[in-house]
Design a protein around this ligand. Structure first.
Ligand code: PRP
Length: 183
């Protein structure tokens, strides 16, 4: 898709590339959890697109749930403590939980959240992230399933935002620096 140059510098991952990667990841997931049941958890808001696309590829019995989380502090000085604005609707004791995220950056949010979920005695907790920015990692965290390793660029689209905008773009795009220079 073509985007205005003053907003989008370049397309980093096309929707077609995302779809094909999700075919591959979800085939693995369906195999890994064969004979089991899965609870697929969407971390709102950024994961909304990847979650919907993952969910439609899951062929084993599954339930879904949603969490809304927010880091304490500003985005540049994340404390690593995550405030749970909306928790899971049900307990997860004995369940196989697959968390679906859009991006792992410093790793602090997921590290905190996964530790929190593990205290609830699930059978397992695994992480799928579409995007991984290892250059920004501050705590050790490896996703069980990841789509694309990306450079340290400001990306938007396919669920990811800048000031709550651009989540609707079908591709993962590099935001033009002009956009944040204006603010
Ligand atoms: C983003 C993203 C991850 C987190 C990653 O969420 O969806 O949850 O930041 O950052 P970290 O690895 O440095 O902890 P954000 O707080 O921007 O909220 P959103 O999903 O509603 O856009």
């Amino acid at each position: 898709m073509e985007y205005p140059k003053d907003v989008i510098e370049s397309v980093l991952v096309t929707n077609e590339e995302i779809q094909s990667k999700l075919d591959e990841l979800c085939a693995r997931i369906n195999k890994d959890y064969d004979g089991k049941e899965l609870l697929v958890v969407c971390i709102l808001k950024g994961a909304v697109c990847v979650f919907a696309d993952v969910l439609r590829r899951i062929t084993i019995p599954c339930n879904i749930d949603f969490m809304v989380v927010s880091s304490y502090g500003s985005s540049s000085t994340s404390s690593g403590v995550v405030r749970i604005l909306k928790d899971l609707d049900h307990g997860i004791e004995g369940k196989n939980v697959l968390i679906v995220e859009d991006i792992v950056d410093s790793g602090k949010s997921m590290s905190y959240l996964m530790a929190n979920l593990r205290t609830r005695h699930p059978a397992s907790v695994k992480l799928l992230t579409l995007l991984d920015k290892p250059d920004r990692r501050q705590v050790e965290l490896k996703a069980d399933y990841y789509g694309f390793i990306i450079p340290d660029e400001f990306v938007v689209g396919y669920g990811l935002d800048y000031a709550e905008q651009y989540r609707n773009l079908p591709d993962v795009c590099v935001l033009s620096p002009k956009v944040y220079a204006e603010n």
